[in-house]
Design a protein around this ligand. Sequence first.
Ligand code: DAH
Length: 344
Amino acid sequence: MKERLEALKLEALQELSGVQSQQELNDLRIKYLGKKGPLTEVLRGMGALSAEERPVIGQVANDVRAAIETVIEEKQAAYQQQETETRLRAEMIDVTLPGRPSQQGAVHPLSKVIQEIEDIFIGMGYTVAEGPEVEQDYYNFEALNLPKDHPARDMQDSFYITDEILMRTQTSPVQVRTMEKRKGEVPIKIICPGKVYRRDDDDATHSHMFTQIEGLVIDRNVRMSDLKGTLLQFVQEMYGKETRIRLRPSFFPFTEPSVEVDVSCAMCGGVGCRTCKQTGWLEILGAGMVHPRVLEMGGYDPKEYTGFAFGMGVERIAMLKYGIEDIRHFYTNDLRFLKQFLHL
Ligand code: DAH
């Protein structure tokens, strides 16, 4: 029996030495060590042995088993190692390869200008408010002292959703919404950037959708000189210390008195050039002292409180600042245009 075991060991080791694949190795493991293998068979026959023989043969059988197992494990380990190496090689990353260039985006010039304007007013103690683009007639017109059939509505024809709901034509309704929200408390100091809509034909300076920034201040003793000082501070931060402003009388239903505000032309310093049509001035916004009726409708007693308001077109401010000649550039997503603002 001992000879049979030794022969078995020799045979197994020989077969194992010629093994070519993991599959073969597995097959051999089953063949020699499996339940139906010769080794199990020998062990099963041990019952027939004498008491002296049994431990000796048992020892030999165990040795044979151990020898075969060791070789199988070694081979198995080698296969695993090989497999890991193959995988590592397949997953290898060449860190010296040049990367794929990623396209760098830029903040849209309009967003940039809005942020700049916000920063300037936040620096003067304002907070930023927002309102809906789909607005009620009441907020867009009525509460701003533009009753139905008021002729001043003509200049601001809009896209109507129903008779009472429209795309807002101005950011001024946020004035009313803010007053309602503040319920008579002062001071109010807000600016409100946002999109507005008008039934306009698009050309180099007009668009059916554009961006405005509204400003509103309400407190006791707010005067016209406060408005003027605020706007001067604003344009000087925006366009440079040497910038001047000029106020011309105008009309808005929600302010009294109303003014139109010009800045000295940044292109020529006010001497006169093509941009300012030789006048030295550029109109940038409308403003005025909040009309008593508007204060009243917003819940503020005009005998106790006064305020000023202003509204500017952001595109125009941006066009003047960056020398952009056509408003449509802002909306057409042409990378050749947008890329010019990458580093500004
Ligand atoms: N909402 C006006 C417009 O779109 C601009 C404006 C003028 C706003 C005077 C104001 C203001 O707040 O006081 O033409």
